[in-house]
Write a protein that binds this ligand. Structure first.
Ligand SMILES: *Cc1c(COP(=O)(O)O)cnc(C)c1O
Length: 397
């Protein structure tokens, strides 16, 4: 008997498995305490170190730490000097901030559909929406699966477009040996609490251009000519000059302190998630759902979200009932995502309606994200498997 039907939950009362709870250890806690004791809590030496470490991990020329991936996307778009009426193509199958950032940069968001299996944009779905006003493409590497970048980059080159990568799910992912975030001109990362690497809140931009890196740094801190670290160091008093009204998008040393420690563990956590991924796939093969596809040979999965698509034709209830049933078993679940064009703001006053992006809608109606964190215990993974099997078997028709 399912818990939602009055039975006993798989996990006992008081031990709810929170979806996306971060893998935080004593090292992160000690690093934050160290920052507090040193009284350097703003942007300082730890941010500089985190940027160096992250650039080294990704093999990137320049890494600019910011307050969020949303800020990273916003600044990346601003660095393109877009004009009103310029269009940026992205996917409807993403978190809303990918699209909001285009609005904030003063450009027009243009949505494209995704592939039903990979959940990613393809060169074909993008090309259908290119016009003479298109200036850039934001690809989103959903769940940690890198988009088909060779084709997309070839299309962008042919049409003279800039490619920005939303790598919020894809820190560890690669495409033909090149790290996500270095495939296009700009790569944006999220260190939000639920992401593969967290700083509580935070983001990073990668670029190969020293000029762009310099502009992004200024824009991220009021448009000042020198950052606070240099301003308050013992190298002597320095005036600062504002050269352009920028934003308050800097990362703090408290956040970077967490990030430095998280980065040391990023591969260990990735390996654990890869292992859980295989366990889930093996355990759910016979259930009425479509399991996530494999990556193409030579590419590396980021394993950020494990998202079976429920086979509604073989289930007697809706996806939302399954979400409730899992929650009743004391297992936290997520939805990634309801398509962007289904959100009230974009559903009215914009040119989009249900039916426009059938694959994004197909996914949005069926997807459920199960817990996948680098420190999940074998017991917790076993509970997720027991609960998901129990719920889907119960409602199988
Ligand atoms: C989390 C996420 C964002 C936003 O990241 P923040 O750091 O919270 O601003 C953007 N895009 C995608 C695909 C995300 O998953």
């Amino acid at each position: 008997m399912l818990a939602i039907e009055g039975g006993r939950p798989v996990r006992p009362r008081g031990s709810f498995l929170v979806f996306g709870a971060p893998a935080i250890g004593e090292e992160e806690i000690a690093a934050v305490v160290d920052s507090l004791r040193k009284r350097w809590i703003g942007t300082g030496p730890k941010v500089a170190k985190f940027e160096r470490d992250f650039a080294a991990y990704k093999g990137a020329h320049h890494a600019i730490a910011v307050g969020s991936c949303t800020a990273a996307l916003h600044l990346s778009l601003l660095s393109l000097n877009l004009e009103p009426g310029d269009e940026v193509v992205t996917t409807s199958m993403t978190f809303c901030s990918t699209v909001n950032a285009i609005l904030h940069a003063g450009a027009k968001p243009v949505l494209a559909d995704c592939d039903r299996r990979t959940m990613n944009l393809t060169a074909e779905t993008i090309e259908a929406h290119l016009t003479s006003r298109t200036r850039a493409i934001i690809v989103v590497h959903m769940c940690g699966r890198v988009c088909p970048m060779p084709e997309i980059l070839a299309l962008a080159r042919r049409r003279g477009l800039v490619v920005i990568e939303d790598c919020a799910h894809a820190i560890e992912a690669t495409c033909e040996g090149i790290g996500a975030g270095r495939l296009g001109e700009l790569g944006c990362f999220s260190f939000y609490a639920t992401k593969n690497l967290t700083t509580a809140e935070g983001g990073m931009i990668l670029t190969a251009s020293a000029d762009t890196a310099d502009r992004l740094r200024r824009l991220a801190l009021h448009g000042l000519s020198a950052d606070a670290y240099r301003r308050f160091s013992d190298a002597g008093y320095r005036h600062y000059f504002m050269t352009q009204p920028g934003f308050k998008y800097n990362m703090t040393d408290i956040q970077a302190a967490i990030g430095i420690e998280q980065l040391r563990k990023v591969e260990t956590h990735w390996q654990r998630r890869a292992q859980i991924w295989q366990e889930y796939k093996a355990a759910f093969e016979d259930l009425p759902c479509y399991l996530p596809p494999r990556m193409p040979e030579g590419s590396r999965h980021g394993y950020h979200l494990f998202t079976p698509l429920l086979d509604l034709d073989r289930l007697s209830v809706s996806r939302d009932r399954i979400l409730q049933a899992m929650t009743a078993e004391n297992i936290g679940v997520g939805v990634h995502y309801l398509p962007v064009h289904a959100h009230p703001y974009y559903a009215s006053g914009w040119d989009w309606k249900r039916g426009d992006f059938p694959n994004a809608e197909f996914i949005g109606d069926r997807t459920i994200s199960l817990p996948l964190t680098g420190d999940l215990s074998p017991r917790a993974v076993g509970d997720v498997i027991t609960a998901f099997r129990r719920v889907l078997t119960y409602y199988h028709r």
